[in-house]
Design a protein around this ligand. Structure first.
Ligand code: TNX
Length: 510
């Protein structure tokens, strides 16, 4: 996009200088310097002359792409656009929307093309690619119903830089209701974010029903961080959420945090703790690093670990399963992480461990999640481990939107303003599969607060993970994101009124 805009500027200068008349007359026809409100920025956007006007559409699907079709139908329905139109192009009042699966290897698994001319053609190799094309089309369409629709004629070819475009939500410190998670998945989809990591267990709460261990949710589900929400998800609810997310191109990645961060489990099943542990009460503070499964009692803890992981794997089809491994020092730590990772591996899945787990014996395909900016991850990279990048000084969105906002500030006292998030550069991490923002919830307890920590910062995360390196331009991003404010409003997002976007003023609705 930036490249095409630059060419436009160049052509405009040449026109002013009266250079190259013939070629310019042609180029001037496609001159279009309007900023399209697309986040993440597509790889290439080539404007064409004019606009396509329509009131109705007819959808033609070629090949089976249920996710894309459902997303398209939902978007058209939300805008009140009738789908019984016939004819295509200006003058007919109707536009054909063509969804086509094509076998073009250049598009990869997630790439797509979107061409708006006399009609609208979305093409990709996969249903997921077509789903991304639909999301781009959604961003070009108005956020609310209009009598007549206008779309700029253009052609977009696009594909993600990274396969992992994630956000993690800590539902353990403070629970988030199912309805919130569904809304959150809808919002992720609009920005092509595709991994929702759920931190399901921690000292303050155990949120996933495990058959055979009812006290995990009876006791562990009943606690929360002080001021936070308690609760748990049944297995049926989680299966529903998995399907809901899948239909929107989002994979839910479950995390069971072990062997530390387990007070809720110890309070529920005391035998998981060592015999000399006297503190077995539910916990609602904000300290970390004090609880641990009794690593000296393998016979007590491994059957538990095995049973929990078996059920987790049965609920979540995600190839990757997160086993935690953060913030605990113990002589048997590395041994535990090695064994837990091997259990996941034996179930045909790939373990993810927080960065500290790099001391364990892991297969090279095990993923490490980086969270301390300064952690020496080079040895793990040398062993070939893929990385998920969540450096706290850029991506820990539990930190304030600005300095002085109440909440976590241990990683960066000045908080993480939008521009700071946008500045993260994943390029130096050669084995990175992508990036993930993390919302810890020690101090974030309501739906509204959750929204205000996540948005608009997740739009920046989406762009870091999707758009090609070298296209980063904060001013341009801000301009494009401002254009999407009506979409966030239409989705009911209670975003932080970011001053860089001029969002202190009430939103103008188109
Ligand atoms: C560090 S990140 C943690 C979490 C806290 C968070 C607060 C990580 C692996 N551990 O347990 O919630 O800081 O910002």
């Amino acid at each position: 996009m930036k490249a095409s805009l630059r060419i436009d500027v160049l052509l405009a200068c040449m026109a002013l200088a009266g250079i190259g008349h013939g070629a310019l007359a042609q180029a001037a026809e496609v001159r279009d310097t309007t900023v399209r409100p697309l986040v993440p920025a597509p790889q290439t956007l080539t404007p064409a002359k004019g606009e396509l006007y329509f009131r109705t559409v007819s959808v033609q699907a070629q090949g089976s792409a249920p996710k894309a079709r459902q997303a398209l139908d939902a978007a058209l329905y939300a805008l009140g656009i009738p789908t019984n139109g016939s004819g295509s192009g200006n003058g007919t009042g109707s536009a054909t929307v063509r969804l086509q699966l094509i076998d073009d290897p250049a598009l990869g698994e997630e790439g797509y093309r979107l061409v708006i001319g006399e009609d609208i053609t979305l093409s990709a190799r996969t249903d997921t690619g077509l789903l991304h094309a639909v999301q781009t089309l959604r961003q070009l369409l108005p956020a609310r119903p209009q009598r007549e629709l206008r779309l700029p004629r253009l052609s977009i070819a696009d594909a993600p830089a990274y396969r992992w475009r994630g956000v993690s939500l800590d539902v353990a410190r403070s629970f988030l209701p199912m309805a919130y998670l569904e809304r959150h998945i809808d919002r992720m989809a609009l920005f092509k974010l595709n991994r929702l990591h759920l931190h399901l267990t921690d000292d303050q709460g155990w949120r996933i029903q495990i058959n055979g261990y009812p006290k995990l949710t009876e006791i562990g589900g009943g606690s929360a961080v002080e001021g936070g929400r308690a609760g748990f998800y049944t297995q049926d609810e989680l299966k529903h959420l998995v399907a809901y997310a899948q239909a929107r191109g989002v994979t839910i990645v479950p995390e069971i945090d072990m062997p530390g961060h387990v007070q809720a489990a110890l309070a529920s099943y005391n035998t998981l703790a060592c015999d000399n542990v006297t503190n077995l009460a539910p916990y609602s503070g904000v300290e970390v690093g004090f609880s641990v499964l009794c690593l000296e009692k393998p016979e007590a803890i491994y059957p538990f670990v095995q049973a929990v992981l078996e059920q987790v794997v049965a609920i979540f089809p995600s190839t990757e399963i997160h086993i935690g491994g953060d913030e605990i020092k113990h002589p048997l730590y590395a041994d535990f992480v090695s064994r837990a990772a091997a259990i996941v591996d034996g179930m045909g899945r790939t373990p993810i461990v927080w960065e500290e787990g790099s001391v364990a014996t892991l297969k090279p395909n095990a993923l490490l999640q980086l969270w301390n900016d300064g952690y020496d991850i080079a040895p793990a990279v040398a062993k070939g481990h893929p990385l998920i990048l969540s450096p706290c000084s850029y991506l820990y969105v539990d930190h304030g939107n600005h300095a002085g906002q109440p909440g976590a500030d241990w990683c960066r006292k000045e908080g993480l303003p939008l521009q700071r998030v946008y500045q993260f550069d994943p390029a130096p991490f050669k084995t990175a599969v992508g990036i993930e923002a993390a919302l810890w919830t020690e101090f974030v307890h309501t739906d509204a607060d959750t929204d205000a920590r996540l948005w608009p910062r997740l739009a920046a995360v989406a762009e870091l993970a999707w758009s090609p390196a070298g296209t980063r331009d904060y001013a341009g991003f801000v301009q494009r994101l401002d254009g999407l404010r009506p979409q966030l409003d239409a989705l009911g997002v209670q975003y932080y009124a970011e001053p860089d976007l001029g969002w202190n003023a009430p939103a103008k609705h188109k």
